[in-house]
Design a binder for this molecule. Structure first.
Ligand SMILES: [Zn+2]
Length: 441
C-alpha cells in the first residue's frame, strides 16, 4: 500500500481537465481512494502504507501511453541518418532487424524500456520484427510493464534479408502461437496485437486472414500506412489505389485497425477512416525526420477520428521520450493552420492518455485518475525553471516546457518501475544479464 500525499493532480478529460491538490491511496495495484483537499484519510485507512510526499510541487498525471514504437530497433539508433523512407527501411532497418538474436533483442528492448520508463511512459503498442517476439513478452512480463504488441508480419518482400523472410502460413502460425501464449497473460498486462508491417510487405491473402482473426478474437491490427509521398506513389503505380483505399478494397480493415502515420490520405480515405472507426497514430518527429510531411491531425480530430501519439523507432526519431512528440504535435498544427488557438497542450496530453488507452482497448483501466482504475502514473517534479508557473497552466507546462528531467517516478499497476533516477531491481537485473555472458531468462 502506498499513500501519495499532498500532490498536484491533473486528470485529463474530454472537455476541461481537472486540476486539484489531493492525495491518492494505492492498494492492490489500483487507485483505491482519492482525497481531494481538504479531505484527509483516517489514520487507520493508511496504516502500514508507504507515505510519499508530493509537497510542494510534484504533479501526478496518468502514465503516458505511446501508441506506436519499435523497441526492437533501439540498437540501430543514430546509424540510419538522412535517408528517405523506403531506402531507410531496406538498406538499414531490415538488415539490422535480421541480425537480432534472442540476446541482442533483449538488449535492444531493455535499453528502449529504460528510456521510456524514465520519461514517464507506462504502456505501449509496440511492433517487433519477424522473429524473437517471445523474448519481448518475457521481459515485459518480468518487469511488470503494460505491453501490447506483436511480431511484424511480412510475407511478400523479395528484397528482404534472409532472416526476415517468411511465408504467409509461417507468419500466421507464429502470430497465433504468440497470441495463445501471451495474450492477456501476467494478470492482463500483456496483450497481443496483429502486426502486418505495411501494404508493400504483405500479400492480400495475409491481410485478409489477419482481419478475420482480428474479428474472431477482437484483436488489434496495427500497420503502417500513407506515410511518405514516394511510398504512396509506389503503391498507386503498383495497384492503382491509395494505401487505405486498397486495404478496404481487399477487405482488410475493421474497427480494430490502427494505422500509424496516415500523412498522405485523400478525401475518400479520410471517410474510410471515419466509417470503419479506425484509429490513427501520429509520429510527428519521424514524419519530419524522414521528410514524409505533416499529418492532418487537427482535421482528424474534427472528423472524430481517434488519434494517438508514438515515438516510432530509434533509427527514425532517435528519442523515445514522449515529451518532444507532444510538443511537436501541438506546434505543427498551430503552425500549418496559421492558428495559435488550435491544438492546445491538452490535446497532446489526451493523445497520450485517454486516446492511447482507447487504442490499446484499456479505456476503463488506465488513461485517467479515477478510483478503481489501475495505478499507472507518471509523477513529475515541476520545481524546475522550464516549468515555472505550472500551477497557472499545468498542461502547457508539461507539453511545452517539461521533459524527461521532470520525471520523478513512473508506476505501473501500483509498482514503481522508476523512481528518483533508479529503475526497479528486476529491470536492473535483466539489464545486467542481457549485457553479460550469463544465461538469460
Ligand atoms: Zn513504425
Amino acid at each position: 500500500m502506498i499513500f501519495l500525499k499532498d500532490f498536484h493532480i491533473l486528470n485529463p478529460a474530454e472537455r476541461e481537465f481537472d486540476f486539484y491538490r489531493g492525495s491518492l491511496l494505492i492498494k492492490d495495484g489500483k487507485i483505491a481512494q482519492i482525497y481531494r483537499e481538504p479531505e484527509k484519510p483516517e489514520p487507520a485507512e493508511i496504516q502500514g502504507a508507504e507515505i510519499i510526499s508530493g509537497h510542494p510541487s510534484k504533479l501526478i498525471f496518468p502514465g503516458f501511453i505511446q501508441s506506436h514504437i519499435h523497441l526492437c530497433q533501439t540498437l540501430h539508433r543514430n546509424l540510419a541518418e538522412e535517408m528517405p523512407l523506403l531506402q531507410w527501411l531496406t538498406d538499414e532497418v531490415w538488415p539490422y532487424e535480421a541480425t537480432l538474436d534472442r540476446k541482442k533483442m533483449g538488449r535492444a528492448v531493455i535499453m528502449g524500456l529504460k528510456e521510456i520508463i524514465s520519461s514517464g511512459t507506462t504502456a505501449i503498442l509496440d511492433m517487433g520484427t519477424v522473429h524473437e517476439q517471445e523474448v519481448i513478452f518475457e521481459i515485459m512480463g518480468r518487469v511488470g510493464f503494460r505491453y501490447t504488441g506483436g511480431k511484424a508480419m511480412m510475407d511478400k518482400v523479395s528484397n528482404a534479408p534472409e532472416g526476415l523472410k517468411e511465408s504467409m502460413d509461417e507468419s500466421l502460425d507464429e502470430s497465433i502461437r504468440l497470441y495463445e501464449k501471451f495474450h492477456r497473460s501476467h494478470d492482463g498486462l500483456l496483450h497481443y496485437a496483429l502486426s502486418p508491417r505495411f501494404l508493400l510487405s504483405c500479400s492480400d491473402e495475409l491481410l485478409r486472414q489477419v482481419k478475420i482473426f482480428s474479428d474472431d478474437n477482437d484483436l488489434i491490427i496495427q500497420t503502417h500506412g500513407a506515410e511518405h509521398p514516394d511510398e504512396v506513389e509506389t503503391i498507386k503505380k503498383k495497384i492503382g489505389f491509395g494505401n487505405i483505399a486498397y486495404l478496404e478494397k481487399i477487405g482488410a480493415l475493421n474497427n480494430n485497425t490502427v494505422i500509424t502515420h496516415a500523412v498522405h490520405v485523400d478525401e475518400n480515405e479520410k471517410e474510410i477512416l471515419q466509417d470503419y472507426a479506425i484509429a490513427v497514430v501520429h509520429c510527428p518527429s519521424t514524419n519530419l525526420k524522414l521528410g514524409s510531411g505533416i499529418a492532418p491531425v487537427n482535421e482528424y480530430l474534427q472528423r472524430g477520428i481517434t488519434v494517438g501519439l508514438g515515438t516510432d523507432g530509434a533509427p527514425c526519431n532517435n528519442s523515445h521520450s514522449v515529451f518532444f512528440g507532444m510538443k511537436l504535435a501541438s506546434l505543427l498544427q498551430k503552425g500549418i493552420n496559421h492558428n495559435p488557438l488550435l491544438f492546445p497542450a491538452e490535446e497532446s496530453l489526451r493523445m497520450v492518455s485517454l486516446r492511447g488507452a482507447e487504442i490499446i482497448k484499456m479505456g476503463d483501466t488506465v488513461g485517467s485518475i479515477e478510483e478503481g482504475m489501475d495505478a499507472d502514473l507518471a509523477i513529475l517534479n515541476m520545481d524546475s525553471p522550464q516549468t515555472y508557473n505550472f500551477e497557472e497552466n499545468p498542461a502547457a507546462a508539461i507539453v511545452f516546457g517539461a521533459d524527461a528531467r521532470n520525471v520523478y517516478a513512473t508506476m505501473v499497476r501500483g509498482k514503481f518501475l522508476y523512481r528518483e533516477g533508479k529503475f526497479s531491481t528486476t529491470l536492473e537485473a535483466l539489464d545486467r544479464s542481457f549485457n553479460s555472458n550469463l544465461r538469460v531468462l
